[in-house]
Design a protein around this ligand. Structure first.
Ligand code: NAD
Length: 300
């Protein structure tokens, strides 16, 4: 039987609707408008696209969007001063410093200078620690989006075998932590894992976050497993015309979809959930800052 396609684009739409409804509630209950500040240093084209998209979706959800565009040669002291100003601005409930930063800037230092309560990317060391100990935290957006889709599809994840391929701080590790907090038995696989196909074949849930186009073939997938493809890889597509490209994930979609029980496509799977979760985190941060009830279903 063909796999169920988990439609991340549609799911992200429902998350954004919930966010917008909570924004209205917060405005009515507390007279506060949730605000998200995005700091972009330099002119990386992909980052510019993300930042534009984040600003647009923030405004569409009824929130305030603040953009701070800084020159590529901005000094660390100047960047830290901007973060400090945002930390102390009561109109700002979420702060996101767009990564990657130019090489002369220390990303860890900058991220850890953000007020953890406003760290809507969930990368601050305090939030990493809180998540790791099962406490209330700000959760990284991409893994949070994956978790929401998994919970929506399965209900309870308790007792399932989950394999996360990739151990990055922004996707693999927090994803594994979230699955563990939901009582999965979790394996983190990576570039040095022995017998990766054998490890993946044990999984009821596979999350691929590697950055290698179509690396996971269908014969690694246990029949009926759920496959979440985080990868975003751009390949040349001369068949679409000169200079054209197409997006593919980290799994080979056709062969995996033939075996899996459910699968996320690329594009239209995990990608749209990431910004939706950023908006959700901003609403959560605003509620916490104002002592308001937190939105149900929008956090881990
Ligand atoms: P990363 O480069 O930081 O980490 C990749 C991980 O893959 C590493 O831990 C490495 O050990 C592992 N790896 C590399 N080669 C491997 C191999 N041959 N076998 C097993 N593991 C291997 O990447 P990242 O930031 O975690 O991103 C991963 C992918 O997810 C990328 O394609 C990225 O574009 C995508 N991504 C998507 C979103 C989204 O919104 N959908 C967000 C973040 C990242």
């Amino acid at each position: 039987m063909a796999a169920t396609v988990i439609d991340g684009k549609a799911f992200a739409g429902t998350v954004r609707e919930k966010v917008a409804a909570h924004v209205e509630r917060i405005k009515a209950e507390a007279g506060v408008t949730p605000g998200l500040a995005v700091v972009l240093v330099g002119e990386d084209p992909a980052s510019q696209v993300y930042v534009r998209s984040k600003g647009k979706q923030t405004a569409e959800a009824g929130m305030n969007s603040f953009e701070h565009k800084l020159d590529a040669d901005t000094s660390e002291a100047d960047l830290l001063a901007v973060v400090d100003q945002l930390n102390n601005d009561p109109a700002v409930h979420g702060i996101l410093v767009q990564l990657p930063l130019p090489d002369h800037l220390d990303s860890d230092l900058v991220i850890n200078s953000i007020d953890p309560a406003k760290d809507v990317d969930g990368f601050h060391i305090s939030n990493v620690g809180l998540l790791g100990t099962g406490q209330k935290s700000m959760v990284p957006c991409t893994p949070l989006g994956c978790l929401m889709m998994l919970r929506d599809h399965h209900g309870s994840l308790s007792g399932m075998n989950a394999v996360v391929i990739g151990r990055s701080n922004i996707v693999g590790k927090p994803m594994a932590q979230l699955l563990l907090n939901d009582s999965c038995t979790v394996t983190i696989a990576h570039s040095r894992t022995a017998d990766l196909p054998g490890v993946v074949r044990q999984a009821d849930i596979v999350v691929a976050a590697v950055g290698r186009p179509e690396m996971v073939p269908g014969d690694w997938i246990k029949p009926g497993a759920t496959v979440i493809d985080v990868g975003i890889n751009r390949l040349d597509a001369p068949e679409k015309g000169e200079g054209k490209t197409r997006l593919v994930g980290d799994v080979d979609y056709d062969s995996c979809a033939a075996v899996a029980g459910a699968i996320t496509p690329v594009p239209g799977g995990v990608g749209p959930m990431t910004i939706a979760c950023l908006l959700a985190n901003t609403v959560t941060a605003c509620c916490r800052a104002n002592g308001l009830e937190e939105p149900e279903g929008l956090t881990a």
